[in-house]
Design a binder for this molecule. Structure first.
Ligand SMILES: Cc1ncc(COP(=O)(O)O)c(C=O)c1O
Length: 440
């Protein structure tokens, strides 16, 4: 097939929001309110507080309290405004790790691949370790054995205190970082069970690790059954975050710092161009984060954007999520899943067992042996003008005991319209059929 008669491109690789769902009219209204009112516009256009735009911190604290229903409401002192989850991950590593004293970054594998470069930049190249997950989430026994081994090595090497980061009252240097996307993971779509979350927090306390979670898909949830409940299905989270678990487990944190930080983001709810998010952690960690050099210098990032987004609180944002995003993405999800069941499952492709609740942006499918994801991706692009992600991309780079994901593909359900999701699965089925016949 030549490029001229190739079919319309279908992109299931790009993990971006659906363009038709970007709330431009709401933002235009919010921006007009902010910019036409000097009492809002002037402070929003100047440098702001280190912890971020105060009204938004207060609104986010109340919104998260409603959604996650933690045992104690969330105070605004636990919240910092950020430039999104990725920007904030860099700040967390700058402030709470020492590239020598902090032994390893443990990443639940398959992992959100773009986080790895941020770890690299913070001095952890070669010290990223992948910990595989099963249906319930991260393998705790493997993680524990890795942490124990790293501790033994550190003690043998005399690595007993931070080397490059001098003590500062606003920060604590942790011995380990554990990175996870526990709910509707990118790429696996899995939800880590509550008992694994609790086991993870206990391990983090025992080995002095900071668990950093990207909780960026939690609000995008719906019933896994196509005929599931409608209406307010998604006004409550399906499971506590790890940062919530750290607040209540075994009487709460052992010290004021705690061992978990949640990275939230408006990228998947409003649009990644906004590049605004929030972090939640203990008050001490939230304050410490605000003292990261780049925020200390003139205030938290995305200050004007935070003021605009704040106009969507308390109700407009949740209405947009409930009335627009959840039903539309649920439709995308069910369309993609039924197309996979119709066209790919008969060819030996596997889909994860659905939980009661589904959500997020991604579907992680297994290929029948002996097919290799990189070959499938290449042929899907050249023969069908279809883009999908090979599982290998989500391996933890530089891990000597790397877990292979070359028998998986990641499909994004958000970016393309439902009819293109169905057509995409027809095209993928043609590719798999041809490959199986010729045993590429
Ligand atoms: C797990 C995860 N974390 C972070 C991000 C990026 O978030 P932000 O745009 O807030 O940096 C993404 C986007 O795909 C993601 O999937």
């Amino acid at each position: 097939m030549t490029i001229t008669d190739s079919p319309k491109p279908i992109d299931l690789q790009t993990g971006w929001p659906n363009p038709a769902l970007l709330p431009a009219p709401i933002l235009r209204h919010s921006a007009t309110t902010v910019l036409s009112n000097p009492s809002i516009a002037t402070p929003a256009l100047l440098y702001g507080p280190d912890e971020g735009y105060e009204p938004l911190r207060t609104h986010i604290a109340a919104w998260l309290s409603d959604f996650y229903q933690p045992r104690e409401p969330i105070s605004s002192k636990r919240i910092c405004i950020t430039g999104g989850a990725s920007q904030n991950l860099a700040c967390v590593l700058q402030t709470f790790t020492d590239p020598v004293y902090t032994r390893n970054v443990w990443m639940v594998a398959p992992t959100y691949h773009l986080a790895a470069r941020i770890m690299d930049d913070a001095g952890f190249a070669g010290r990223l370790r992948g910990i595989p997950e099963d249906d319930e989430g991260v393998n705790i026994a493997l993680l524990e054995s890795g942490l124990r081994g790293a501790e033994d090595n550190a003690l043998r090497a005399g690595n007993t205190e931070p080397k490059l980061k001098p003590p500062r009252p606003w920060r604590k240097i942790y011995k380990h970082v554990i990175y996870a996307v526990p709910t509707f993971a990118n790429p696996s779509g899995k939800i880590m069970s509550l008992r694994r979350r609790e086991a993870l927090v206990r391990l983090a306390r025992q080995y002095d690790a900071l668990i950093v979670t990207d909780d960026v898909y939690d609000f995008l949830l719906w019933s896994a059954k196509p005929e599931g409940p409608e209406g307010n299905f998604g006004d409550r989270a399906c499971i506590p975050r790890i940062v919530d678990v750290d607040r209540y487990l075994d009487g709460g944190p052992q010290d004021g710092w705690g061992h978990a930080l949640s990275n939230g983001s408006f990228s998947k709810l409003i649009g990644p161009g906004a590049r605004t998010g929030w972090a939640e952690a203990s008050e001490k960690v939230a304050y410490g984060l605000s003292q990261t050099g780049s925020s200390r210098s003139g205030g938290a990032p995305s200050h004007l954007c935070a003021a605009v987004i704040d106009q969507m609180f308390p109700t407009v944002i949740q209405n947009h999520i409930r009335d627009v995003l959840q039903p539309k993405y649920a439709e995308h999800y069910h369309t993609l899943l039924s197309a996979i069941n119709e066209h790919l499952v008969p060819l030996g492709v596997t889909v994860p067992e659905p939980a009661a609740t589904a959500g997020g942006y991604f579907m992680w499918i297994g290929l029948p042996a002996p097919l290799v994801a990189a070959d499938v991706v290449r042929l899907a692009q050249s023969e069908e003008n279809l883009r999908v992600s090979p599982g290998d991309v989500f391996q933890v780079p530089g891990d000597p005991h790397v877990t292979e994901f070359s028998d998986h593909l990641r499909l994004c359900l958000a970016w393309e319209e439902p009819r293109h999701l169905t057509e995409g699965m027809r095209r993928l089925a043609r590719v798999l059929n041809r490959m199986t016949r010729t045993q590429v």
